[in-house]
Design a protein around this ligand. Structure first.
Ligand SMILES: C[S@@+](CC[C@H](N)C(=O)[O-])C[C@H]1O[C@@H](n2cnc3c(N)ncnc32)[C@H](O)[C@@H]1O
Length: 267
């Protein structure tokens, strides 16, 4: 997957998030479809994924696939850990993340990089946060092995991703493969069981799992309704994405795709 294609894919999102002052690129989590803003739901998904994972003033946190820096910024502001580093493959998103923190002395840092080759030493990070990004990776096993390498012993990987249990069934239609293609990647969505097996194989212990498909679908629905009502017409180039995201919301609602959260600890 080239940077250009990823940039082309996220460009409409970038314009839209600017238009609405949003900082996140994720589906969000809503307890209730009709309550709360999309911005708040995106933050709530971050808190839901972190759960009870300890982030202290001494912690080093790495946010892989940080997008335009929403989750890194929220984690930094809430927990004030020693360091928050956001790593992102798409250079325009790194620039957008940087822009919000220019000139501030105490801040998260954003770097350009690839989840398959984390540019950090062994045993150097306390918490890796990875939200709705691994669906893009052509080699998720390699990413999980990289997380194991850079985490300190006892460190936690908080991973949230869109999954599917239906890949085999739909393979003949290539339907879900096309969905993955829409995410501008040659990779395939994994099932939660594939994640569990990969964590096992990479010597991670699963300490928490949650299926938040309903909450993600409700939040995405609310976000799309807000955009639809308030002026998605103004966000040039977003129409195709709008209907594509409606399709994703529909797949989540009917559980052809799921939204799964994992906390795993390096043994
Ligand atoms: C759906 S967005 C989620 C962004 C962010 N985690 C959030 O919740 O706002 C997925 C992000 O993963 C990034 N990404 C995709 N492949 C990547 C890779 N190989 N390495 C690092 N980031 C990647 C994309 O550019 C995109 O910004």
């Amino acid at each position: 997957m080239s940077q250009q294609s990823l940039h082309a894919f996220y460009e409409p999102n970038l314009r839209l998030t600017r238009a609405y002052g949003l900082l996140g690129y994720n589906a969000g989590y809503a307890q209730n479809r009709s309550e709360g803003s999309f911005d708040q739901h995106q933050k709530d998904l971050v808190w839901r994924l972190i759960g009870n994972v300890p982030i202290t003033p001494e912690s080093t946190v790495l946010d892989v696939g940080c997008g335009i820096g929403g989750p890194s910024s929220w984690i930094f502001e809430r927990f004030r850990p020693a360091r928050v580093m956001g790593l992102e493959f798409c250079p325009s998103s790194v620039r957008a993340a940087e822009r919000n923190w220019t000139g501030k002395a105490s801040r998260p840092y954003f770097i350009h990089g690839d989840a398959h080759h984390l540019p950090f030493p062994n045993d150097s990070v306390d918490v890796i946060f990875n939200l709705e990004s691994a669906l893009h990776y052509s080699d998720k096993n390699r990413f999980i092995a990289e997380c194991h390498r850079v985490l300190k012993p006892g460190g936690t990987l908080c991973l949230g991703d869109i999954c599917t249990r239906w890949r085999r069934t739909f393979r003949c239609f290539e339907m879900l493969d096309n969905v993955a293609g829409q995410f501008s990647t040659q990779s395939h969505l994994w099932s939660p069981d594939q994640y569990r097996e990969a964590f096992d194989a990479n010597r991670f212990e699963l300490v928490r799992y949650e299926d938040v498909t309903q909450g993600a679908s409700d939040s995405l629905y609310g976000g799309l309704m807000m955009i639809g009502k308030k002026g998605w017409k103004a966000a040039k180039g977003f129409r195709g994405r709008f209907f594509y995201l409606r399709f994703v919301e529909w797949l989540l609602r009917f559980r052809l795709m799921s939204y799964d959260l994992f906390n795993v600890v390096k043994k």
